[in-house]
Design a protein around this ligand. Sequence first.
Ligand SMILES: [Zn+2]
Length: 347
Amino acid sequence: MIKIDDRKIKAFSTIKRKHEEWYENNIYSNLKKSIDDLEKYSHHDKNLEVYVKILKKIEKRSKEYVTDKKFLKIFYHEAFQEWITNSSKKSISKLEKLFQRLNIPEYSKYLPHKIFNYDQFTKGDKNWGRHQLLNMLGIEVCPYCQRNYITNYETNDGLKKTTADLDHFYPKSLFPFLALSLYNFIPSCQVCNSRFKLDKKVYKKKLLVIYPYSESFEEYNVKFQVSSEEIINNLLNESFDFYVRFNIPHILEIKKRDRVLSSINMFGLDLVYKKSHNNYIRNMLKNIEYYPDTHIKDICKILNGDQKRIYINKVKELALKPYLFKHENNEPLGKLTKDILNQFTIK
Ligand SMILES: [Zn+2]
């Protein structure tokens, strides 16, 4: 779980501006009209009154509603959530039933997912939409797993495509008011978004995960680790197995700890990291710790010289270089690399 630091994304102010413009031109006027239309009925029903009140609150925030991070928390309507979402695909929400009961004509356009219409954003226009957002964010590795690249590319016909999913941190099926909020969008790989992160699983059990725009494993000192004994045995004898585990500090505040555990569980990080990268770890440690000594012996033989420590250190430095800043450069397996190197005090 790595952090998305919006201050480090050069285009972020442009992204905000474009997103606000798009929202103003495509959504905001519909929102205002929905409020006007629904107000005519709101005195008929208390719940409808509450719904209109929420829409008005959102309208008051104007275009900043979709780009200001603090509104994510304000509009995280847990109490209201059950009322506006359907319990299954076949059923309809209480809100929809209410619209029907009040005989509101063409009522479906007033449902939250129709007002905050994510499909419209997915299609986008020539200036702004899902694709332009992913392109401008420039995030190249999935922040949830840090294993898979997410890539924007152009086809031979000039069509812009991406291998990234745009995950809604607060699922739009459960939090439709947040369906278009910029800080609710997390570019991620398909494995994390579609295979592991299931809306109902998380939020029914209130299993909140780490929020990449403000938290990370690094920040909470959560580390990958292997057993030193196991790995040394493996370096000597490859048939000896070893496992990658998570080390979670005990001092971590209970809520943060819960989010860390939920994240590991939700994205199956303990499973996908457990053994999948053992070859990578083994090769890395061999490249850094074993080969330089052998290489330097060979070089010294050729040069007919001494095996001076200075040469050995230089070759070691060169061998280490490709691994050193993987995490800082946000390359796949960056944190795993950093933690294992630290564990073996290789710097
Ligand atoms: Zn991922």
